[in-house]
Design a protein around this ligand. Structure first.
Ligand code: NAP
Ligand code: MG
Length: 490
């Protein structure tokens, strides 16, 4: 229901999603060997709601000893149960997880928004359904691996150590766990420090789904916990999603070890608008690409390259649209931009806002109101920037868009490729031929045309250059969890 105002505009009446139906424990242990256990150190840390700065729960801090216990549980789960099951039975367990996730979708969506700050519309319509879709998709592959790789023997790797970031907590857990289990591996997963709750809820769900003990283990903690997983001698594969800095450190640590690995890292994607594009749709796509999820998206369209002849029109339309975006309560169904995930991330974004100004950029911020409590950032544009500016080169991971113009196709392509990253890109034009030329020229793992930030479990995802190593999703995502040996299928 909308309420009319007489000061020139109108606004929606609040429509908060209820929290009555969710259950969050005061404290969570580590999920090891099918049960929640105390951490060896007895230490716990708080996870808070970034929209209110209030504590939601305490979660266990896993040390080296706990990680060792989790890896041993995973090895035991592999030797005793998971590797003994038929592939079809493995698939049935994963289907069960997918179905239970669908049944409990509302609860997971609310907890995701409470713990991480993202708008309920996104956790409800994107994160949770996509997480379930990944479990469904990979469940289907479990007993068809020989068909996926004809003429080759497929063997699981063993124990996978998996480390995920805070921007899509449950979805990243699904990207990691579903293909690993489908291929016959067992896992030890570490969620991010600021968003552990949906992974812990998933642990409860795994327990309710009666998975054999040790097949899925969830250990919470900070960076050290992740490092202990990477360094553990009995982990066969490391799957990491996070920043390029940490990814690089992990790669160095892995250099002397015999482990397979995949790294999904940062990005600085360009959305390219040609003068012949459908401008209104393109503007909506740009808004979706960078302000969606507070810009906490690795493949966010954080740069805009717009053809000079339509630049004024596009920027004017963007500004108008930004004035209508609602920043605030993540649980409100009208909210477009929720809370910044943590005080540390807000500080990082504000550092870049200052940096942009000192580099000579013009800064435009929408005038929408933001709540007093919590961590917020209004949608922001940088114009008047040049290719060498740090705000054009570096990942900010906030609702901040750097805008540049171009005249020719070649100039657009060169600018698009001129960053250390190569995760994604977008092109907006009426001409199919231009789409093909541009998508072939952009050195990035995913390029969208006349749309942005669309995901599907069947489609591989991953980066070029400093955006990572390996692919997740689709068949590529399966092969990352298998040893593929030449010869007849077993
Ligand atoms: P991050 O600081 O690199 O952290 C990622 C995960 O690694 C967290 O669980 C973190 O624990 C852990 N970690 C920190 N230091 C570690 C170490 N030395 N060894 C092992 N693990 C360690 O990244 P973030 O700030 O959480 O996430 C944002 C970044 O992720 C962005 O750069 C974004 O582009 C990237 N990302 C990429 C993709 C992709 O698919 N390419 C998807 C999503 C996000 P703590 O939480 O305790 O720090
Ligand atoms: Mg939190």
């Amino acid at each position: 229901m909308s309420k009319l105002q007489f000061d020139g505009g109108w606004e929606y009446a609040p429509a908060p999603e209820s929290t009555d139906h969710i259950e969050v424990n005061e404290r969570y242990g580590l999920f090891i060997g099918g049960e929640f256990v105390e951490p060896a150190s007895g230490e716990y840390f708080a996870t808070t709601n970034p929209a209110t700065e209030q504590q939601l729960s305490s979660v266990a801090a896993a040390g080296t000893e706990d990680v060792d216990r989790a890896v041993r549980a995973a090895r035991n789960g592999y030797d005793k149960y998971w590797s003994k099951l038929s592939a079809a039975d493995r698939g049935k367990y994963i289907f069960r997880i997918a179905r239970m996730l669908q049944e409990r979708a509302r609860e997971f969506a609310v907890i995701e928004s409470l713990d991480g700050g993202k708008p309920i519309r996104e956790s409800r319509d994107i994160d949770i359904p996509l997480a379930a879709a990944h479990f469904f998709y990979y469940a289907g592959w479990a007993d068809k691996l020989d068909y996926a790789y004809p003429g080759r023997n497929v063997r699981p790797l063993g124990v996978a150590g998996q480390i995920i970031p805070w921007n899509f907590p449950l979805l990243m857990a699904a990207w990691k766990i579903a293909p690993a289990l489908a291929c016959g591996n067992t896992v030890v997963l570490k969620p991010a420090e600021t968003t552990p709750l949906t992974a812990l809820k998933l642990a409860e769900l795994v327990r309710d789904a009666d998975l054999p003990p040790g097949v899925v283990n969830i250990v919470t903690g900070a960076g050290d916990t992740g490092a202990a997983i990477v360094d553990h001698g009995d982990v066969d594969k490391v799957a990491f999603t996070g920043s390029t800095a940490v990814g690089r450190a992990i790669m160095e640590r892995l250099a002397g070890q015999d482990k397979k690995y995949t790294l999904e890292l940062g990005g600085k994607a360009a959305n390219i608008i040609f003068a012949d594009a459908a401008i209104d749709q393109a503007v909506e796509g740009i808004v979706n690409g960078i302000f969606f999820n507070q810009g906490h998206v690795c493949c966010a369209g954080s740069r805009l390259l717009v053809q000079e002849s339509v630049a004024d029109e596009v920027i004017a339309k963007l500004r108008d649209r930004m004035e209508t975006l609602i920043v605030g309560d993540p649980l409100d169904k009208n909210t477009d931009i929720g809370a910044i995930n943590s005080a540390a991330q807000l500080e990082r974004i504000e550092h870049y806002l200052k940096l942009g100004r000192s580099e000579g950029a013009d800064v435009y911020q929408s005038s929408v109101p933001v709540p007093k409590q919590g961590y917020w950032c209004r949608p922001t544009l940088f114009t008047g920037v040049s290719q060498s500016n740090r705000v054009v080169q570096e990942e900010i991971f906030g609702p901040v868009l750097a805008i540049q113009t171009f005249r020719t196709f070649g100039e657009a392509l060169e600018k698009a490729n001129n960053t250390p990253y190569g995760l994604s890109g977008g092109v907006w034009t009426d001409k199919g031929a231009k789409i093909f030329r541009m998508t072939q020229g952009i050195r990035a793992g995913v390029v969208w045309a006349n749309t942005f930030n669309k995901f599907d479990p069947t489609s591989p995802f991953g980066g070029y250059k400093e955006s990572g190593v390996g692919r997740e999703g689709g068949l590529h995502g399966l092969s990352a969890y298998l040893d593929l040996v030449a010869g007849e299928a077993a």
